[in-house]
Design a protein around this ligand. Structure first.
Ligand SMILES: NC(=O)c1ccc[n+]([C@@H]2O[C@H](COP(=O)([O-])OP(=O)(O)OC[C@H]3O[C@@H](n4cnc5c(N)ncnc54)[C@H](OP(=O)(O)O)[C@@H]3O)[C@@H](O)[C@H]2O)c1
Length: 266
């Protein structure tokens, strides 16, 4: 059987286990998990009775053909060094680690390699996992990994050079948008007697509804702005203020994030 191994039962690893099993894309006896601490391995075994637990990464690598590595970038090299000696090159390594390029992975491993970038919103089956396959990937491995990640949201294939900016949008984006929701709600609460938690609820609902509206109608954001921000109206004043200051704020934030991204895993 083509077992799927997940190394690292942290935020992402546990989200993947839950997503793959809850969606039915994998059965419990098709998944093996390894994590550094006994505590995480016990937590996984307790949450998913019947799941395979490997005492070491090496044991997992011996048992699985598809090996998803969900550890932090700085842990990646030691995990790879641990598993490579027991691999025969027929496996498929799927790495979540930012900053570890396909070239690095392929220099050390001759088999199939894929980089994936899920997002925190995959927890609720929404959002896009970015997928970037290596040169050695075969059709079956590519379809298998894309199918797995389609079970937790959408999948978008990207070129590796586009991975950093796409990651900022799809994977850092939920954090950025949450910060914007906080600001919108904060401004509302400061300007009124509305309690902050009520303002947060209102802002979150408005963001969800706006995204659904744009998706369902196919309208561009600019069209919606024109519809809502009628000449001389209230929204227009706010949009003008945003347009004065926000492009510079966003460019600055993106430049800083890209710089940090480039330093991850070094
Ligand atoms: N969080 C996000 O939104 C997000 C989005 C896209 C991609 N990613 C990427 O996903 C990866 C994991 O992120 P995360 O947020 O899930 O991190 P995390 O919550 O810190 O989880 C990392 C896990 O790795 C395990 N681990 C560390 N060293 C290990 C080793 N040598 N062998 C086996 N397991 C080991 C830890 O094990 P113990 O718990 O057993 O100590 C921990 O459970 C990172 O590379 C990150 O860049 C994260």
């Amino acid at each position: 059987m083509n077992y799927v191994g997940i190394i690292g039962y942290g935020h992402m690893g546990s989200m993947l286990v839950r997503g793959f099993l809850a969606s039915g894309v994998l059965c419990i006896d098709e998944v093996v998990v390894a994590s550094k601490s006994q505590r995480s391995r016990d937590a996984c075994a307790a949450a998913w009775p019947g799941i395979g637990i490997a005492a070491t990464n090496r044991e997992l690598a011996r048992r699985c053909r598809t090996i998803i590595i969900a550890v932090r970038p700085q842990e990646m090299r030691s995990v790879l060094c641990e598993i490579f000696p027991v691999m025969d090159g027929d496996e498929h390594i799927v790495s979540l680690a930012a900053g570890i390029g396909l070239e690095d992975l392929e220099a050390a491993f001759t088999g199939s390699v894929t980089r994936v970038v899920p997002t925190a919103t995959s927890t609720v089956g929404r959002g896009t996992t970015l997928v970037c396959h290596g040169r050695q990937i075969g059709m079956n491995d590519a379809l298998r990994v894309e199918g797995l990640f389609s079970s937790i949201g959408d999948v978008m294939l990207v070129e590796e050079e586009d991975l950093p900016p796409a990651t900022l949008l799809s994977s850092c984006g939920p954090g950025l948008l949450a910060a914007i929701i906080e600001e919108l709600a904060g401004a509302t609460a400061r300007a009124s007697g509305l309690p902050k938690d009520q303002a947060v609820l209102l802002a979150t609902d408005m963001v969800t509804a706006t995204a659904a509206y744009l998706r369902e109608t196919g309208e561009a954001p600019g069209d919606l702005i024109e519809e809502v921000a009628t000449g001389g109206g209230v929204t227009e004043v706010g949009v003008e203020k945003f347009r004065e200051r926000l492009p510079a704020v966003f460019d600055e934030a993106f430049a800083a994030m890209l710089e940090r991204y480039g330093a991850v895993g070094k």
